[in-house]
Ligand binder design. Structure first.
Ligand code: FAD
Length: 421
């Protein structure tokens, strides 16, 4: 059988599943029969834009990636609102929660992840929400439109985007964050302090170094009416959002006997322990790494799409990722290690009046990490410099001022600027 005649079934019509579908369809040797199955009722949408949508910065329609007609026109069978519940690997069939049975030649698991829930007293109460999908977003938007108080647990990227979105819709929002500064995985204390000051000035209440001890129940013990911190502080809330992290959706793979650890284990071609089944995106694990940002997932898509269409792609490799925050009016950009090692050369520029901060970590003249707050224009160029691994020593004194000042001093190709653009 040539690759063309195979039936490709993709489970999960989220960001990874949809992008994979687009890439496979663009290939001249696409499998003729393709089915994409997702348990969300909508066609694929841009999950990343849920944050600006919650903040009222865009219309719901801008989130949709493709309408139903498109799938039909492409000869793709779309099954929406149905959940894959079992895989029979011997017979190569998939079963759904509606009793449907699908035969496959190649199966791709793109089941993503779900929000982690803090395991404290009261975690089974009603009124504790996640911010993961459109349904969550719509629920949070309508709660926020009604006003009142919200508590968001988690001061990482997602928690801050949820908090700002709900504040902009009219709620009084408190953020509870366990670490001593916000976004502690991406920012150093100075940049995080600038971020916290800006968010406080907008009206968010921020509690850092604050440990969640329990959810506070209402009189009949059914609903959360706030949170209790380990120092005894109680924060009342009409709505609690837990944004402490994500857990890969592996249960379908586990039940089918595929090898899983934190995620579904894959090799550098995204193949699971069964050669007929691949996995990618937030549900997979490669060499001990699981995923929460889109950039590596896009690279996984390229590898797997090529493979499914009979090409021999370069294997997938890990590489650093850069972080941005999608809160309008706040600009930050970061990559690499946060805590400097003793051998790091640390370059810092801080202009508190203009709200600008830049910190670069160099090892033997090579850039390994950057934290930028305020003017982040040079961020992508720094990132390209770090990926290229060039020795930047010759431009050291101008590095903090970005590519226009530093590039002429460097003995590196100008293509870095083009790649960063
Ligand atoms: C609000 C928000 C903002 C974000 N912002 C950014 C950002 O700015 N930058 C960035 O890099 N990343 C961001 N992310 C993360 C990014 O969205 C994810 O990395 C990406 O969506 C992962 O893609 P995925 O396809 O693996 O998972 P998902 O997009 O979650 O898709 C998985 C799909 O599979 C479905 N599914 C699961 N199990 C089954 C089953 N058994 N049967 C059928 N269907 C199933 C799920 O319902 C879901 O639709 C954000 C995430 C959120 C929630």
């Amino acid at each position: 059988m040539s690759a063309n005649d195979e039936h490709l079934v993709i489970v999960g019509n989220g960001m990874a599943g949809h992008r994979l579908l687009e890439r496979v369809l663009a290939h001249p040797h696409r499998p003729r029969h393709i089915t994409i199955l997702g348990d969300e009722p909508e066609t694929a949408y841009n999950r990343i834009l849920l944050s600006p949508w919650l903040a009222g910065e865009m219309d719901r329609s801008a989130l949709t990636l493709r309408e139903r007609d498109w799938y039909t026109a492409q000869g793709v069978t779309l099954i929406a609102g149905e959940r894959a519940t079992a895989i029979d690997r011997r017979c190569r069939t998939l079963t759904t929660d509606q009793g449907r049975r699908l035969a496959y030649d190649r199966l791709v698991l793109a089941t993503g992840s779900r929000a982690a829930r803090p395991s404290v007293t009261g975690s089974d109460l009603d009124g504790i929400h996640a911010f993961r999908d459109l349904e969550d977003g719509e629920r949070l938007a309508s709660l926020a439109d009604a006003g009142g108080r919200a508590v968001v647990i988690g001061g990482g990227l997602l928690g801050l985007e949820a908090a700002e979105g709900m504040r902009k819709r009219g709620m009084t929002v408190s953020v509870v964050h366990r670490a001593t500064h916000l976004m502690n995985r991406q920012l150093d204390a100075t940049a995080a302090g600038m971020l916290a000051a800006e968010l406080r000035a907008r009206g968010l209440e921020i509690h850092t170094g604050a440990d969640l001890a329990a959810y506070a129940p209402n009189a009949d013990g059914q609903r959360a009416t706030g949170v209790v911190l380990s120092d005894g502080t109680t924060l009342a809330a009409d709505c609690v959002v837990a944004a402490i992290g994500i857990v890969p959706n592996t249960s379908l793979a586990e039940r089918a006997g595929l090898t899983t650890a934190r995620g579904i284990q894959v090799d550098a071609f995204m193949t699971t322990s069964d050669p007929h089944i691949s996995a990618l995106g937030e549900c997979c694990e490669f060499e001990g790494t699981t995923y929460g940002l889109i950039e590596p997932i896009w690279r996984q898509v390229e590898v797997l799409a090529a493979r499914l269409c009979g090409d021999t792609p370069e294997p997938y490799r890990e590489r650093p990722c850069a972080t941005k925050l999608k809160v309008s009016g706040i600009s930050l950009y970061a990559f690499g290690p946060i805590t400097p090692a003793p051998e790091h050369d640390v370059l810092t520029y801080h202009d508190p009046q203009h709200g600008d901060y830049r910190r670069l970590l160099l090892r033997d003249g090579r850039l390994e990490g950057a934290v930028l707050y305020g003017d982040t224009a040079a961020g992508p160029w720094y990132f390209q410099c770090a990926l290229a691994g060039h020795d930047l020593s010759a431009g050291r004194q101008a590095l903090l001022f970005g590519e226009h000042d530093a590039q002429p001093l460097l003995d590196t190709p100008d293509t870095l600027s083009e790649e960063a653009a």
